[in-house]
Design a protein around this ligand. Structure first.
Ligand code: SF4
Length: 358
């Protein structure tokens, strides 16, 4: 069995390349961005699809391409407009990085997308995988992609029994993916290996019995298909509880934009308090509490409670100088969902109370 130091030989590499490309020709998997050569659109699709299922990302890709057909239009878009378009897709740092990189390309590179792996990799939000995808699909450069599908296909085909979800594995698998890459047809090879992992050599019930790689697949020969790739135990998510104050006054509520450098920067939220609220914080109006709402992030499990406070119409305006309203914008309830973007957990709450948003 190959291990961290043993490389597949030429014969095995040639077998893999040939059969993978033949499989791909016989099993087309149409996608709107397939065959796309415009690096800007490839970049958009790759960023949108990071940590996102194709079915979920597809409408967002179509919306972005329609709204910003060129990088300069994306660069000039107002941040709130961009975040609103991204709303519901999660991992908002992707949208912020997309915007920053578009501005850089537009302002510093005269609107021309970089055409070397190194320059593409240096764009904000572009990692090794995305750089390889753009370099190969957009410019035909020989850089191998490495995503979850590629890890699985290589771990099984080559019978690699090292953990794949630890940082040290990345170097090993990146070198193997590069060795297996067809340097003459890097775009076709990269697409084929990802498709193969997605619809053939899947995590559960891979189609081994009819697989064109079976004759040389180490995992199949050793009866280890179900075991590979090896992964360390799942991460334990940190639990977070947020308490939001939803002040209602004359059909309006108060929201503020998050400016802290975290994953929700640029999104909007209600004012927060440190703990549960037992009486109206201002000593005025009626108080009610929502049911809990939940959102799972990569490292955190977020629960949010919304304390709704209905302020009397005729309260003195000085009340709004209270620090609880600092940085807040007053917005009509029925306008809330129109132009600004919220973290998913707040969005779920707003959808839940949609009938009262009038
Ligand atoms: S034989 Fe099975 S495990 Fe091996 S590459 Fe084919 S589908 Fe994947």
């Amino acid at each position: 069995m190959p291990n961290a130091t043993v490389f597949p030989d030429k014969r095995l590499i040639a077998f893999f390349r040939k059969n993978l490309l033949e499989w791909s020709a016989q099993n087309p998997r149409p996608m709107p961005w397939k065959g796309e050569r415009d690096p800007y659109k490839i970049w958009l699709s790759e960023i949108i699809l990071q940590q996102t299922r194709v079915e979920q990302g597809l409408p967002y890709y179509q919306k972005f391409v329609a709204k910003y057909p060129e990088v300069g239009l994306l660069a000039d878009a107002p941040e709130d407009e961009l975040m609103k378009l991204w709303e519901g897709l999660g991992y908002y740092s992707r949208a912020r990085n997309l915007h920053a990189a578009a501005k850089y390309i537009s302002d510093e590179l005269g609107g021309t997308f970089p055409n070397t792996y190194t320059d593409i990799r240096s764009l904000k939000g572009v990692g090794n995988y995305t750089a390889a995808a753009i370099a190969s699909f957009g410019f035909g450069l020989p850089y191998a992609v490495l995503d979850g599908n590629v890890y699985r296909v290589l771990a099984r085909f080559l019978g690699i029994e090292t953990l794949t979800n630890i940082p040290a594995a990345q170097k090993q698998f990146a070198a193997l993916a590069q060795a297996m890459l067809d340097p003459v047809k890097p775009a076709a090879h990269n697409q084929a290996i990802m498709d193969f992992g997605a619809i053939w050599c899947m995590p559960q019930q891979p189609r081994c019995t009819e697989c064109p790689l079976r004759a040389e697949c180490r995992a199949f020969m050793m009866d280890k298909v179900a075991e590979l790739p090896l992964r360390s135990k799942a991460l334990v998510k940190k639990k977070r509880l947020f308490h939001y104050l939803v002040f209602n006054h004359q059909g309006h509520v108060f929201v503020r934009k998050r400016t802290k450098k975290d994953i929700w920067r640029g999104l909007w939220e209600f004012p927060q308090t440190d703990g549960p609220v037992l009486a109206s914080p201002l000593g005025l109006g009626e108080l009610s509490v929502s049911k809990p709402f939940h959102q799972l992030l990569t490292h955190q499990a977020v629960t949010a409670l919304f304390f709704e406070i209905y302020l009397p119409d005729n309260i003195p305006v000085e009340i709004f100088k209270n620090p609880l309203f600092e940085g807040c914008m007053r917005i009509a309830r029925k306008e809330l969902k129109k132009n600004i973007a919220f973290p998913k957990v707040i969005d779920c709450y707003l959808q839940n109370i949609v009938l009262t948003l009038d």
